[in-house]
Design a protein around this ligand. Structure first.
Ligand SMILES: [Zn+2]
Length: 460
């Protein structure tokens, strides 16, 4: 009897001790003060009139701060009266502090202005995401802490971390002057954003790539094979050498290493560029083989193929953007990933020598670039490379200060390579063969013998 009672008492006390421990653990959230004020006393302010990037940045701050501190900060539109004394102001708003924040930012830089009771974050376009990430990483770390933010404006660069995710964006037919069309055609298209500047030109590192295939002036099949497999081949061939040797693509390499792999294009699935990242065949017109290979790539290897987004209205572009986000979310569950996205219509409209439609395709590509860059800012272990498979149309400045086509064919002009991420400076100022792009990405993945070994690359 007595023994039972003792047992019961010790059992009850053990339960009580566990309960207390659980309670302590649940409340074990970080405590953060900013300039002596507890972070929960701040309200996050953003403008409904500014971009969706600002709204997402405000919500990102709210959810990250809640996760770390257990405090859900109030979100408030700038059209509302201040609900508290202390505010974190995100993006362009009507708050006076936003008007005072007029920092000299270049490229992907952003600014933080600290005053006694307000902190304002500002970054153009999608760059506000880099500011939000920086703020959370620096002033709301998981372990908490007391932070003194010096008063005044700080101009800062995005945080980058060791690359685990690799995003290759291909503008089909996009040479140097296609990327500069924005200088000639701004404020003409009917889009809410993406039309003033080619976002690739904001990236910190820039090189050029030579595009010729074994045939001479390349088609999209041979150029796609160079960019996916790291070997030059003949025109029309998809993921193989002229002798029929089947090559390993960077997507297959990623999957074999337990990473995710995604292939996305505005073109239909059998387009040459998406085909080179998901199939192998001796001729780009072998659509039955391409389809079979893509089914294997998806169902057996676990890759993702998303194609056919040829719509330029606001709904069409929004659909494309949400598909990109959904694909990135699916890949995010993996242990790193490789993803290729292609805007196919720059080439098609250059082949028609149609400047306006080409510009529409570039604006759409720009909006895709923004989604990928925003992802890279919230996930700084991401590298982004923007390039083309070849130039189409021989776009050249004219005597009257405009630009025009000189042909409706592909040309052998070098194409630009814009790069962002930790280690991506290796591309800066380098003129390379296009096969060096996937070979360099493979090296960042830890694979040094991918693709053709016969010449030195940016990392050698
Ligand atoms: Zn092409």
């Amino acid at each position: 009897m007595k023994k039972k009672k003792i047992l019961l008492i010790s059992l009850l006390s053990a339960v009580a001790v566990i309960a207390v421990c659980v309670a302590v653990l649940l409340n074990l959230k970080a405590r953060i003060t900013l300039n002596g004020v507890s972070i929960e006393d701040y309200t996050i302010v953003y403008s409904a009139d500014d971009t969706d990037y600002s709204e997402r940045a405000a919500k990102y701050l709210q959810s990250e701060i809640e996760e770390r501190t257990g405090n859900k900060l109030k979100l408030c539109l700038d059209s509302e009266e201040p609900s508290g004394e202390y505010e974190i102001v995100v993006g362009e708003t009507s708050r006076p502090i936003s008007q005072r924040l007029d920092a000299d930012c270049e490229g992907l830089q952003f600014a933080i202005l600290t005053e006694e009771k307000q902190i304002a974050l500002e970054g153009d376009y999608f760059i506000i995401a880099a500011a939000a990430y920086y703020f959370v990483d620096t002033y709301a770390p998981e372990k908490g802490g007391d932070f003194e933010l010096s008063l005044g404006t700080k101009v800062l660069d995005p945080i980058v971390k060791e690359a685990e995710n690799f995003i290759l964006l291909i503008g089909d037919g996009m040479g140097e002057y296609q990327t500069r069309m924005f200088e000639y055609f701004t404020n003409t298209a009917d889009y809410s954003d993406g039309e003033d500047i080619f976002y690739g030109s904001l990236l910190p590192y820039r090189g050029t790539a030579r595009t010729q295939s074994l045939t001479g002036v390349t088609d999209s099949a041979a150029a796609g094979t160079a960019l996916s497999c790291g070997y030059k081949t003949e025109n029309k061939i998809i993921g193989q050498l002229p002798d029929g040797t089947v090559l390993t693509s960077i997507t297959e390499l990623a999957l074999s290493r337990g990473m995710g792999a995604g292939v996305m294009s505005t073109e239909v699935w059998k387009g040459a560029t998406p085909s080179t990242f998901s199939s192998h065949t001796s001729n780009r017109d072998n659509s039955t083989e391409i389809r079979e290979d893509q089914a294997y790539f998806e169902d057996t290897l676990g890759g993702i193929v998303e194609c056919d987004f040829n719509n330029y209205d606001i709904e069409g572009i929004a659909e494309m953007e949400s598909k990109i986000r959904a694909t990135l979310d699916a890949l995010d569950d993996k242990d790193g990933f490789f993803m290729m996205f292609e805007e196919a219509y720059i080439d098609k409209y250059c082949a028609q020598c149609d400047l306006w439609k080409t510009f529409d395709a570039l604006v759409r590509f720009n909006q895709a670039i923004a989604v990928f860059m925003e992802y890279a800012f919230y996930n700084p272990e991401t590298m982004v490379i923007i390039t083309a498979d070849h130039e189409t149309g021989g776009l050249t400045p004219t005597d009257d200060g405009l630009i025009d086509y000189t042909t409706s064919e592909h040309t052998s002009a070098d194409v630009p390579v814009f790069a962002y991420g930790k280690g991506a400076e290796c591309f800066d100022g380098v003129n390379m063969e296009n096969i060096q792009i996937p070979k360099t990405i493979a090296k960042f993945m830890g694979v040094s013998d991918f693709g053709d070994d016969s010449e030195q690359g940016p990392l050698n």
